[in-house]
Design a protein around this ligand. Structure first.
Ligand code: XMP
Length: 320
């Protein structure tokens, strides 16, 4: 970006921040608001905007759904506590895993997560906090894709016909709903968030469940969690928009420790994209791919590793 365009983007971001802080203040007044932080750039920006607007009238919770990456809940809570923003860590692993038990259909899995999140865990937290406002990190792409019927995003309620006020007793505020991912990152930088947060690759609300085909069990989560750690470590310097590991529901024959094994298959996906509406596979060096393959097939029960060459469209970025 040339300097004058950069300056303009910064100015826009600063104006956006002032407007949104004012809007949150005016709307919430002396009330209580709540927001769920996932640690992604969208919910991180909402958390900081909310705290700047209404301070401790905003309760921020991190819901540990058991579908997160290695050490993620603790890392996120620590990052925000370093910024002086208290975050309550809520252990809801059992609720989510029980709700996902036996489900294999992608939409049913997403529904189970949405339902558990809002109707069970979050509504209890809202009741306990006395909040009547919910700050949510919905962005423009989420709305467009949900309205277009491409995907039922985890975080859109009113667009899919649920009235949150009637159903859960709160009003939803979506301060980022006019921005795309690149705009959110600009705002995050203008808010002074660390590169660790502003540069974080997107990670979906339903978390690792979007990367498990078939049933989500603790054992399968552990496999995809380990593979994710390998992929994220190996591709951290790739400059890609997003990279991930996916666990297929098929098995394949392989040889481990001199014995035939009918093992798990992991797919690696690494894409370039500007705003997640379209995406292209990254042409990774062969040596890098081979190293990732070696490390992934060293994971217990995994004996095959594939690289996904499909752009979006026709594929989506996630697998469910
Ligand atoms: P897809 O798979 O639809 O993903 O091509 C586009 C972008 O959105 C992310 N994604 C989600 N983010 N809740 C989210 O917050 C979701 O349910 C969800 N599903 C997909 C995905 O990681 C990609 O960046």
């Amino acid at each position: 970006m040339c300097d004058s365009i950069k300056e303009e983007a910064k100015m826009d971001a600063r104006r956006f921040i002032e407007e949104q802080i004012g809007e949150i203040k005016r709307t919430v007044g002396k009330g209580i608001a709540i927001n769920a932080l996932s640690g992604g750039v969208d919910s991180s920006v909402v958390t900081v905007l909310g705290h700047r607007a209404i301070g401790n009238q905003l309760r921020t919770v991190f819901i540990e759904n058991g579908l997160m990456r290695q050490g993620e809940p603790q890392k996120v809570v620590k990052l925000f506590s370093d910024l002086g923003i208290p975050v309550q860590l809520v252990d809801a692993r059992r609720d989510f895993l029980d709700a996902l038990k036996g489900l294999t259909d992608p939409e049913e899995k997403r529904n189970a997560i949405t339902h558990t999140f809002y109707s069970k865990v979050f509504s209890r937290l809202v009741r306990e906090s006395g909040a009547t406002y919910l700050l949510h990190g919905t962005i423009l792409t989420d709305i467009e894709e949900t309205v277009a019927g491409i995907k039922r995003q985890h975080n859109i309620l009113s667009q899919i016909g649920i009235d949150p006020e009637k159903e859960y007793g709160y009003q939803v505020l979506e301060p980022l709903k006019t921005l795309r991912k690149d705009g959110v990152r600009e705002v995050a930088r203008a808010l002074g968030l660390l590169p660790e947060m502003t540069q974080r690759i997107p990670f979906p609300g339903p978390a690792l469940a979007t990367r498990i085909i078939g049933e989500v069990t603790e054992e399968r989560l552990e496999t995809v969690r380990e593979a994710t750690a390998v992929v994220e470590e190996e591709l951290a310097d790739s400059g890609a928009f997003q990279y991930m590991a996916i666990l297929l529901n098929d098995r394949s024959t392989g040889i481990k420790n001199g014995k035939r094994e009918f093992g798990q298959i992991i797919v690696v996906r690494c894409i370039h994209s500007l705003d997640a509406r379209t995406a292209d596979p990254v042409e990774l060096p062969w040596s890098k791919l081979k190293r990732i393959c070696e490390r992934i097939t060293a994971i217990h029960g995994v004996n095959r590793c594939l690289y996904d060459l499909t752009p979006k469209p026709p594929a989506t970025i996630e697998y469910i």
